[in-house]
Ligand binder design. Sequence first.
Ligand SMILES: Cc1cc2nc3c(=O)[nH]c(=O)nc-3n(C[C@H](O)[C@H](O)[C@H](O)COP(=O)(O)OP(=O)(O)OC[C@H]3O[C@@H](n4cnc5c(N)ncnc54)[C@H](O)[C@@H]3O)c2cc1C
Length: 437
Amino acid sequence: MVRRPHISNWARNQRFQPQEIARPASEDELGAVVASATAENQRVRVMGAGHSFTAAAVTNDTHVTIHDLDQIHHVDTGSGKVTVGAGITVRALNRLLDGHGLALANMGDIDKQSIAGAISTSTHGTGLAFTGFGAQVVGLRIVDPSGAARDIDANNDPEVFANARVSLGALGVISRVTLQTVPSFRIHAIEQPEPLDEVLDGWRERIDTTDHFEFFMLPGSQNAMTKTNRRTDEPPAPLSRFGYVRDKILAENIGFDLLCRVARRWPGSVPKVSKVIDAASGRREYTDRSFDVFTTPRMVKFYETEWSLPVDAIPDAVREVNAMARSLAAPIIFPIEVRATAGDDIPLSTAHGRESGYIAAHVYQGTPHDEYFANIAAIARAHGGRPHWGKLHNETAETLAGLYPEWDRFQAARAAADPEGRFSNTYLDTVLGSQSL
Ligand SMILES: Cc1cc2nc3c(=O)[nH]c(=O)nc-3n(C[C@H](O)[C@H](O)[C@H](O)COP(=O)(O)OP(=O)(O)OC[C@H]3O[C@@H](n4cnc5c(N)ncnc54)[C@H](O)[C@@H]3O)c2cc1C
């Protein structure tokens, strides 16, 4: 008997054993996989790069991996519209765009995701004048439960398109994506330690006057590490190779991993270890290609929760999180990340209808986090927070519905696109409501 392999996500906190594993090499093959699953009454779940912490991509039925759907279909340098296969990684896409003098208008802090996976969970970066991935999408090709594909955009099936830009795969399998890109640009970056109170007091001014502002802080610390990133025409002045390896690889990854291991093994050492990390944070200034500045190597594995709040709630919420972190029996060593984005009109976008501030909290892999993440959730919820669809939370359709003004609109699109729940799984049944097969 051939044993069915287990699949896990990047963080290795989700592990599953599907009945069928499919790796289509073309859109036709993808259609055939979906049609065959429907014929066998199986549910279908696509995994992009497996970088969600939630069980969004988990299934014990038919697991589809889209790595091979990474084609470049069309690049229009005049309009900036670019059509690519759903499985292309953000990293490959960035390099492709750069070769044509184009770039993503904004992105998150890694480039390992597939473009379809990034869109589907409302992945975002930072910058109050810029949206997340979903609102950069101007067209999709989507496969329905019969295996048939159709192109959708603002004119062609606009209702499905409006909803499908953030849909956790609930409306069908995305096989290609058309993005509105921008001319390529560089970023002048200043990364420096600053007193947390100053950063929070000046939060609104900083996000209003900086293209891409964010900060990191150790839970309970009085210090923040700010990133003040401005779009520029200045010539490149990147970090030296030595500086990059010393700061981004050795200090932020290898050295940090070592400190995390010490803190996990001897939790009593966390306050001292935190002081070492705070003291080691220095100032850096450089100018580089947008995607080289947006992305940071993430070699240390962690678990994460992230909440989207009305942007002006951030200073109060961060202070509450910091006070809570100081009262934890087991202090946390992993930084909190705080960002801001523009609002958008996508029904399930975490930035729907409001400028949004994000608080992301992490723990080193294998570290208990239930109490910490639950406390963050309680603080975020009190400020009208919405959890990131790809990061750990315990919300359900009942608690989420009231957070999204166009929840019913999405549910109507889902009922029409997938009445039998072919594209659902346990996670979607929980957060969107059950569509039982
Ligand atoms: C180290 C790290 C850093 C991160 N940084 C950020 C960040 O800066 N900002 C942020 O917002 N998030 C961030 N995330 C979260 C991450 O961007 C999201 O979880 C994203 O969805 C992962 O993309 P993926 O390709 O791995 O998708 P997966 O996790 O594989 O899938 C995500 C969802 O999309 C669905 N899906 C995938 N492909 C398709 C398709 N073709 N058609 C239909 N549905 C599909 C899946 O079924 C699943 O529901 C980070 C995660 C990690 C591990």
